[in-house]
Design a protein around this ligand. Structure first.
Ligand SMILES: C[S@@+](CC[C@H](N)C(=O)[O-])C[C@H]1O[C@@H](n2cnc3c(N)ncnc32)[C@H](O)[C@@H]1O
Length: 270
């Protein structure tokens, strides 16, 4: 577990959904052991329930949900799907424009979150891969489990591209500053970073359940210099126009939407 998550002092348990069968209980117990959190039966959960409790719930259909005061966090590639459909319709996507993939690139996604953007990028890298870093152990657990579960489940033919993309992703529970420090020069073609916005956009409901367990690091010039050191082509930074930290950074070009206020700044390695 990362130090930051310990500091937040959450109490964490693993359970099942209501009226589990024996197999589901066995899997939830195994999961609790592998995650290092106590297992409680669903019946007992009510007696220990309190607002700060984080509950990993293994559902009957095999989906893993992290339930907190902020809602239900689980892996779902819906944001990637919407952007994929828009691209197929001929609309442009600002991240893919910033990435301008040739198909072989090795991308380091420093802030994996739910992995929507990593999945989208990996789709355009049939000969490449995405290494994703996530500092929050809870987000890492839920998203890693969710991606494995997605690969094992039957999906509609039009969602097979998501499985292909996930197979090109490696997810690591790490803080990007520590990871970058220990990474040799020019190890990746592209380094991508999408820190949490300073002013939460609550309308973005898919992000809401992530908020209590997320890490809220912002970037400095020194961070960007360290990202440039480990890349061969470029660094891409996502920001919202209401963020303050990006103002000290210098980009070669920026693409984004004035309407949403979300931009991707590109620093080319020259
Ligand atoms: C805005 S979300 C990223 C969303 C992601 N682009 C997606 O498509 O789902 C930012 C994520 O970065 C993580 N994060 C913040 N600081 C980090 C750090 N220093 N190292 C690794 N991950 C970090 C947060 O916990 C959060 O999950």
């Amino acid at each position: 577990m990362t130090e930051r998550n310990e500091v937040k002092d959450f109490n964490v348990v693993v359970t099942t959904s209501h009226q589990p069968d024996a197999e589901q209980v066995k899997k939830a117990r195994e999961l609790a052991r592998s995650l290092g959190f106590p297992y409680v039966s669903r019946k007992r959960l009510k007696s220990i329930s309190r607002p700060s409790l984080l509950v990993y719930v293994l559902e009957k259909n095999g989906r893993l949900v992290l339930v907190s005061e902020a809602g239900r966090l689980f892996f779902h590639p819906s944001a990637a799907k919407i952007r994929f459909i828009n691209l197929k319709k001929g609309l442009s996507d600002h991240l893919i424009k910033a990435l301008s993939p040739e198909g072989y690139e090795q991308v380091l996604d420093l802030t994996f979150g739910l992995g929507s953007e990593a999945i989208l990028m990996a789709h355009f890298l049939p000969k490449g891969k995405v290494v994703g870093l996530e500092a929050s152990v809870h987000i890492y657990n839920v998203v890693r489990y969710g991606m494995i579960h997605f690969l094992q489940s039957t999906v509609k033919p039009e969602e097979e591209w998501i499985k292909d993309a996930i197979r090109r992703i490696v997810l690591i529970n790490a803080d990007f500053r520590e990871y970058v420090k220990n990474t040799p020069e020019e190890s990746f073609d592209v380094v991508y970073c999408d820190p949490m916005f300073e002013q939460p956009k609550y309308a973005s409901s898919s992000m809401n359940p992530l908020r209590p367990v997320a890490v809220y690091d912002t970037l400095s010039k020194e961070d960007v210099e360290s990202f440039l050191r480990i890349c061969r082509k470029k660094v891409i930074i996502k920001f919202h126009r209401e963020d303050t930290w990006f103002k000290e950074l210098e980009f070669h070009w920026i693409t984004g939407s004035k309407k949403s206020g979300v931009f991707y700044g590109v620093i080319e390695k020259r």
